[in-house]
Design a protein around this ligand. Structure first.
Ligand code: ADP
Length: 618
């Protein structure tokens, strides 16, 4: 007896003790495996003679022996394949299981945005359709007899659960795979005897596997309609059918957030069935993530994940394309250069962009849900590759703004801009709440400017690379000279600057290694001092850059701004004349405060505490 690999064993345990309510999914998994095996052989038969032209899946029920058997005349497996395919769970599943404990995407902020969703066991079953192993939810003994289409010998793989499995040579006069399940005894969860009832099996097939393009036979009856759902007239398909199809084929326990089905005629003709999931897969932004749509030619499968069909910013889309304009026996290498395929990809990108625009205009709520989950893909897409997709994507991007904290597009923001407003204002912070407490935000809001909240690490990269929208430049509320002051404020600053020229010079001298300039400012709200930058890099960006692996130290020139009307500054003026030590201590405190307000870690906490204490006891 051979033992299962560790991950397989864990998956098996999950299955055997599964409280997963959808035990019957094992059937659609087996049928789908058979269908894949038939696809593979059909593909080979295009170029090889002597193979069958009749492909089918057959089901047998034996009530006395309590067995349910699923058989196909597909590609079959040899001894090694039985060992490798059934002794270990599929690559994707293995990966998922490993990641379940330590979800560590390889994503770096600069390369790709981060995702933190980690799958629960039932999501795992959902996301990866652990396929074959699901048989252990209903059977206590599983026997697989298989003969590869090009082999003489057949082999039997047998397992009664967690202990392991055996493989031995056996007889099988035709090629293909036969899987016999000996069902578990009835328990409180499920009456496994149901699976021995023709009408029950029939209803399961109709429900889950109707679109399978090979006949699924029980006795002399064919149970499925065999018409792929995307070829059925739209009036004959309802939302439920699409949902069911999506869940079965894309291993998702949730229904799709949005289904797009279209028959596109033009330079190239194709059927499109695309789905936007509700939840992003946990590894969407990981390097290993494989994007792509299933590609069919005249309803015959050509390729599972055709990545050429989707730009990266649509990587989250699941679905398929079926075109009669593609040659059937095209190889993967040839596909990449295929003109028809390129034409489909171009047309598809346009179509999808239009669909998302429509969704934004007509189904705002759904779009915002979508954006919550996948918006980062569009933001990243708009600045990636030097922003070549900016024009395509900029109107699909949303930001929360101070206008009721709701999502807004850039064009909606523009339509609300005040007369004489020169900039699209934004503030970078870790959360909306934190953004609102920043003095510069407060002062922008006091001046009744709308402010966009940039809370995701990719946001500022995006805004920086966009530079402008609709002829208006973006400006951080933290930047110097972007918020126009009132005449009164301007006068105040002018007067203070003149009167206390020496004070500014002395502080500047004190901090000559730390800040570029010390000035009086007008937008400090209740705070005595803050930091601003006058370069294109903000303090937030400096932090992101510094947190990146292998980062070189970045030092953005900072300006210390003092509030001329604040009582602490009054004190400072007084100390300047009377007590050098106190003046320096208070100046230190004002700088340290400003650093803290900008979220910058202090160089030395002990020094900071000493400054406060000295000031307090004086
Ligand atoms: P998945 O289908 O997700 O790859 P499964 O555990 O269902 O995972 O199957 C593992 C592998 O076993 C399949 O990828 C396929 O190579 C092989 N396999 C399963 N069922 C059959 C079958 N009926 N005929 C041929 N190969 C099969």
């Amino acid at each position: 007896m051979k033992k299962f690999k560790t991950e397989s064993k864990r998956m098996l345990e999950l299955m055997i003790n599964s409280i997963y309510s959808n035990k019957e999914i094992f059937l659609r998994e087996l049928i789908s495996n058979s269908s894949d095996a038939l696809d593979k052989l059909r593909f080979i038969s295009l170029t090889k003679s002597g193979l069958p032209k009749e492909f089918a899946i057959e089901i047998f029920i034996d009530k006395t022996a309590r067995t349910l058997t699923i058989s196909d005349n597909g590609i079959g497996m040899d001894k090694n394949e039985l060992e490798n395919n059934l002794g270990t769970i599929a690559q994707s599943g293995t990966h998922a299981l490993k990641n379940q404990e330590t979800v560590e995407t390889t994503a770096k902020v600069k390369d790709k945005p981060k995702s933190t969703n980690s799958p629960t066991p039932s999501e795992l079953i959902g996301q990866f359709g652990v396929g074959f192993y699901s048989t252990f939810m209903v059977a206590n003994k599983v026997e697989v007899v298989s003969r590869r289409y090009d082999a003489d010998k057949a082999y039997k793989w047998l397992s009664e659960g967690i202990e392991g499995y055996t493989i031995e040579e056996t007889d099988k006069n035709s090629f293909g795979t036969t899987i016999m399940l000996t069902l578990k005894e009835k328990d409180e969860d499920f009456d496994y005897n149901d699976l021995l009832e023709e009408h029950y099996i029939t209803s399961l097939i109709r429900k889950h596997s109707d679109y399978i393009r090979y006949p699924i036979k029980l006795g002399d009856k064919t149970l499925n309609s065999m018409v792929p759902i995307w070829k059925k007239p739209k009036v004959k398909v309802n939302e439920n059918d699409y949902e069911e199809f999506y869940k079965n084929n894309y291993h998702d326990i949730n229904s799709p957030l949005k289904t797009i089905s279209a028959n596109i005629e033009g330079l190239v003709n194709y059927n499109l069935l695309a789905f936007v999931p509700q939840k992003a897969p946990y590894d969407l932004y990981a390097k290993e993530f494989e994007k792509g749509l299933t590609l069919y030619s005249n309803s015959v499968l050509i390729m599972q994940k055709c990545s050429e069909l989707l730009p990266d910013y649509f990587a989250f889309i699941k679905g398929l394309v079926d075109s009669s304009d593609l040659s059937l026996n095209i190889s993967r290498e040839m596909l990449q250069q295929d003109r028809q395929l390129k034409a489909i990809a171009t047309s598809l990108e346009k179509r999808l962009l239009t669909e998302f625009k429509k969704m934004l205009e007509k189904e705002r709520e759904t779009y915002e849900k979508f954006f919550d989950e996948f918006g980062v893909s569009f933001k990243y897409g708009a600045y990636d590759v030097f922003g070549i997709n900016k024009e395509k994507l900029q109107d699909l991007i949303l930001f929360k703004s101070s206008e009721d904290d709701k999502y807004t597009t850039f064009s909606e923001y523009l339509s609300r801009m005040k007369e004489g407003q020169d900039f699209i204002y934004y503030v970078v912070s870790t959360s909306i709440d934190a953004a609102k407490r920043i003095p510069q935000t407060i002062s922008a809001l006091n001046k009744e400017f709308e402010v966009l909240y940039l809370t995701n690490p990719v946001d500022e990269f995006l805004i920086k690379s966009m530079m402008e929208y609709g002829g208006k430049n973006f400006a951080s509320v933290m930047a110097k000279d972007v918020l126009p002051g009132s005449d009164e404020e301007k006068d105040q600053i002018e007067v203070a600057t003149k009167k206390h020229e020496n004070l500014l010079i002395d502080i500047k001298e004190l901090f000559k290694d730390k800040v570029k300039d010390v000035v009086f400012g007008s937008s400090l709200g209740n705070f005595a001092s803050i930091l601003r930058t006058d370069s294109s890099i903000s303090i937030e960006m400096e932090k992101i850059l510094a947190s990146m692996p292998g980062a070189l130290p970045v030092n953005v020139p900072k300006i210390l701004e003092l509030n001329p009307t604040h009582s602490l500054i009054e004190k400072l003026k007084a100390y300047h004349k009377s007590d050098k030590e106190l003046f320096e201590l208070l100046s230190q405190l004002l700088l340290q405060q400003a650093l803290i307000l900008s979220g910058i870690a202090l160089e030395d906490n002990i020094v900071f505490v000493e400054i406060i204490n000295k000031l307090l006891v004086k």
